[in-house]
Structure formats: structure tokens, C-alpha cells
Design a protein around this ligand. Structure first.
Ligand code: ASP
Length: 334
């Protein structure tokens, strides 16, 4: 029988209502005990790593989850991480960079309604995550939620209330899961055992700046003392304001010339960014210091840049690592 380690971290799935609102209270053991049939499928061990609302999940916690997986990596066939839905896409992306080319599946799940709610989605999500982690074709980091398996770098929490909380952005679902049946939508070659690469350093000084009409480029001056990288969410396919005073050109090239990292993406959820299309973006497209996100999610950009800057400060190495696809995080047809 395969062995699965379930790592509980909190979230709605473990929450109970109280005077001050929902908060994690139930243990991973109690959650697993509520899901019928799982003990017959595998040898399940539950490890309570933390019990927090994922709103409070920070890069240091991603490292704790990474460490919990790696300390037990050789003893288990797969891992299921119970996690709050609000920042699950960030954690899934971070784990995709911290643990790369894993033959063993690392699956994140949670629920929109607590286990104690009579209409909960917790049981089916835990059950299907285990099924997915037990399947021999599963590998790497993924999110399993509401019958969908999403690559760890492509998830986004798209709905705050429905059970169908997650979408796979700009990449096909890995699989859909109907009851006990896994129907693969993406069939890749699983990595060999020897390909596993792990990392344990992140630089959390990464800021996401969303452009809005009339936003002031001076914001870069405020950020410079606090952050090493900015991810700029531009308008449309890649529009950056071309105001008469040239303030954005000065601010952006000033940021790069100060040795800081800048990645450019779009605030439009689907289909990605291309700075070449309009004059309001093209002047930035040829500069090697500007990292072009293409169709990556902002969640993955945050995690990837934290991971890259945790390894190096060298601009050339930053570029190489940025453009190298990891766990399907970016389009490879370019
Ligand atoms: N606030 C909760 C969390 O992210 C929401 C959830 O789990 O659905 O921990």
C-alpha cells in the first residue's frame, strides 16, 4: 500500500465559527477521520505543521512546508497539504520553485466551507487530493480542488464563495476528477527520480505594483528603500503610461539602473503580456533588465522572483532563471 503524508496547515477546512469569525481550530487528524474510505486506499500519516488562516501565511511558512515535505520525502510516496484557499496559489507556486522536478506528487487542497458545515466541500476535496496523490502519473506540485487538478504555478483563486474556487490560468487543467476517476487533460513525461532539485532560500522583498489611471511614478522612489524587485501589472497587453513629463520612463529605468529587478506583466487575468504591441509598451521591450512575464500568473511571478533573488543577485543569472520554465509556469512556444 502506498504511503501518504498529509500536512495540515489550517484554513477554512479546519475552521470553526466563534464570536470573532471563522478561525482554524480542528486538527489534521480530526479532518482525516471525517473522510470516509481514505484509510482503505493508503497508509496515511497526518502531521500538524501549523494551524493558521492562510491570510497569515508568509514566505517563512512556505519554507516550513518545504522542510516538512523534504524531511519525510524518502519515507512517503506522495504528500497532501491542507491549506487555506486565500493564498493557496502563492504557496503552490512557491513550493513549485522550492521543490522542482519531483517524481512524487505534492498536492495542495482546502475547502470553501469548513469540515463542520453540513454542506462542506472538505470531504470530497481531501478524498480526491489523496486519489490524485496516489495515482502513478501524478508528479510535481499541484492544486486539487472541486474535481480539478491545476499545475502549482497556474492556480488562481477566482471565486470567493463557490466550491469552484480555482482556475488554471493560461494553461490546461492537468486533470479533472469525477468521483474516483482521474481524467488526464495534460499528459507529460514525469521527471526521473534523480532530477529532483530543492532550494531553501527566498528573498521576500518583492512588491506588486498595479497601475491605475493617474498613478504616480514617484511610488518607485518610496519602494526603493524597501524592496529589491517590483512586478509591474500594466494595462492590457502591456501599456505603461507615457505622460508628458516622462515620469514612468525615468522611474522604471532609474529602478533598473539602481540594480533592482523589474518584471512586467498585465493586470488582465487571461492571455498574458506582450510589450511589443503598442508604443506605450514597446520602449521597454528591448531592455534586457526588464523581465517579461508573458503568460505567467502574478502569484507565480511573486514566488519565482523571491526564489531567484534568494539564489543570486547577478543580473545575467536572474534573467536565465526567470526565463527557464518551471512546473509549466510560462509559455514555452517563444
Ligand atoms: N481565510 C481562509 C484561508 O485562506 C479561507 C479558506 O481557507 O477558504 O485560510
Amino acid at each position: 500500500m502506498k504511503k501518504i503524508l498529509m500536512i495540515a496547515t489550517g484554513g477554512t477546512i479546519a475552521s470553526m465559527g466563534g464570536e470573532h469569525g471563522l478561525a482554524p481550530a480542528i486538527t489534521g487528524e480530526e479532518l482525516a477521520a471525517n473522510v470516509p474510505g481514505i484509510q482503505d486506499k493508503c497508509e496515511l500519516t497526518v502531521f500538524q505543521l501549523m494551524n493558521i488562516d492562510s491570510t497569515n501565511m508568509r514566505p517563512r511558512d512556505w519554507i516550513k512546508i518545504r522542510d516538512a515535505v523534504m524531511e519525510h520525502y524518502d519515507s512517503y510516496d506522495g504528500f497532501v497539504i491542507l491549506h487555506g484557499t486565500d493564498t493557496m496559489a502563492y504557496t503552490a507556486a512557491a513550493l513549485s520553485y522550492l521543490i522542482q522536478d519531483s517524481r512524487k506528487p505534492i498536492v495542495l487542497t482546502g475547502s470553501q466551507k469548513p469540515m463542520g458545515n453540513p454542506y462542506t466541500d472538505a470531504k470530497i476535496n481531501i478524498y480526491q487530493s489523496l486519489l490524485y496523490a496516489l495515482d502513478s502519473q501524478s508528479c510535481n506540485v499541484s492544486i486539487v480542488f472541486n474535481g480539478k487538478a491545476v499545475a502549482g504555478t497556474r492556480g488562481r483563486k477566482q471565486r470567493t464563495r463557490s466550491f469552484d474556487a480555482f482556475e488554471s490560468m493560461n494553461f490546461p487543467l492537468l486533470a479533472i476528477i469525477h468521483d474516483d476517476r482521474i481524467i488526464r487533460h495534460y499528459i507529460g513525461t514525469p521527471p526521473e527520480k534523480e532530477m529532483l532539485k530543492t532550494y531553501h532560500r527566498l528573498n521576500d522583498r518583492v512588491f506588486v505594483l498595479k497601475l491605475t489611471p493617474e498613478v504616480k511614478a514617484d511610488i518607485f522612489e518610496l519602494l526603493i528603500g524597501h524592496y529589491d524587485a517590483v512586478i509591474l501589472e500594466t494595462f492590457g497587453i502591456g501599456g505603461i503610461p507615457e505622460y508628458e513629463d516622462g515620469s514612468f520612463e525615468k522611474a522604471i529605468f532609474g529602478w533598473i539602473n539602481a540594480g533592482k529587478t523589474l518584471a512586467v506583466t498585465t493586470q488582465v487575468p487571461e492571455e498574458g503580456c506582450d510589450l511589443e504591441v503598442y508604443r506605450v509598451g514597446k520602449k521597454y521591450s528591448e531592455h534586457p533588465g526588464i523581465l517579461k512575464a508573458d503568460d505567467m500568473t502574478t502569484e507565480s511571478l511573486v514566488a519565482k522572483i523571491m526564489w531567484i533573488l534568494g539564489q543570486t543577485n547577478d543580473p545575467e543569472t536572474i534573467r536565465t532563471l526567470f526565463y527557464k520554465p518551471v512546473n509549466h509556469d510560462r509559455n514555452t512556444n517563444i
